[in-house]
Design a protein around this ligand. Structure first.
Ligand code: SF4
Length: 232
């Protein structure tokens, strides 16, 4: 169990907001080849609720925008935590909420949008729009055919760049689609973790040079370090 302050941060750069990393039940998919952060998942509901409350209590509402993340989808948060989020939204005058969900929850987003008292920006881990790389190599289990299909449900895709096996062409197309079909997005530069998926340093170097302009794009957040959001 982490110290709550490590689970709370403020994004003061683009899209200013407060961000909370909460604990949740196991990711419903849990098999993405590059993912080791599901180790944060838990089955101790009472423990999660207590910790999440502590973290949510740190929210001040100063930007009017709150992002809640967990190692999985918002649908895996304990019900009581969802109630608590709703309460914080009301008490701290939050007017926009960022949530994340896997593609398998696409038909439940409307239900969550209705449940929360403010508009939700739904993020999705797309990683890449290249179907084969995403499904066969990364084992993402997000079987959409094209970006239009994703944009029908979600607001903001998260892409991953700099993985061995990925190509410059794939990355270029991903960024093109991100800009063309979505108002917001996140690009995670891959960092090695405990999985077998490795970072491609040359590709990362190329990306950071070629896409320097993305750093100044107000609608795209580029996360170069895992902890760029200040949590985790
Ligand atoms: S959906 Fe997210 S949390 Fe679940 S295994 Fe994949 S990357 Fe990890």
């Amino acid at each position: 169990m982490g110290i709550p302050t490590e689970r709370y941060s403020k994004i003061t750069d683009k899209n200013q907001r407060e961000i909370c990393l909460l604990k949740a039940f196991p990711c419903a998919w849990g098999k993405c080849a590059f993912c080791d952060y599901i180790e944060d998942n838990s089955r101790d509901e009472a423990g999660m609720i207590a910790l999440n409350n502590q973290v949510l209590n740190l929210v001040t509402g100063e930007y009017g925008v709150l992002e809640v993340i967990n190692s999985g989808s918002c649908f895996e948060l304990p019900k009581e935590t969802l109630n608590q989020i709703e309460q914080v939204i009301r008490e701290k005058n939050i007017n926009k909420l960022f949530f994340e969900a896997h593609w398998i929850y696409k038909n439940r987003l409307a239900e969550m949008r209705k449940r929360m008292p403010v508009p939700i920006v739904f993020k999705i881990g797309v990683e890449t729009f290249d179907h084969d790389f995403r499904e066969s190599f990364l084992n993402k289990h997000a079987d959409f055919k094209n970006p239009e299909e994703v944009a029908r449900y979600f607001d903001s895709p998260c892409l991953m760049v700099g993985i061995q096996g990925q190509t410059k062409e794939m990355i270029s197309r991903d960024i093109e689609y991100l800009k063309k079909y979505f108002k917001l997005g996140t690009v995670n530069v891959y960092n090695n973790n405990t999985t077998k998926i490795r970072r491609d340093e040359e590709l990362v170097k190329w990306f950071m040079k070629e896409y320097q302009w993305l750093l100044d794009d107000p609608s795209v957040e580029v996360l170069y370090e895992i902890t760029d959001f200040g949590v985790g």
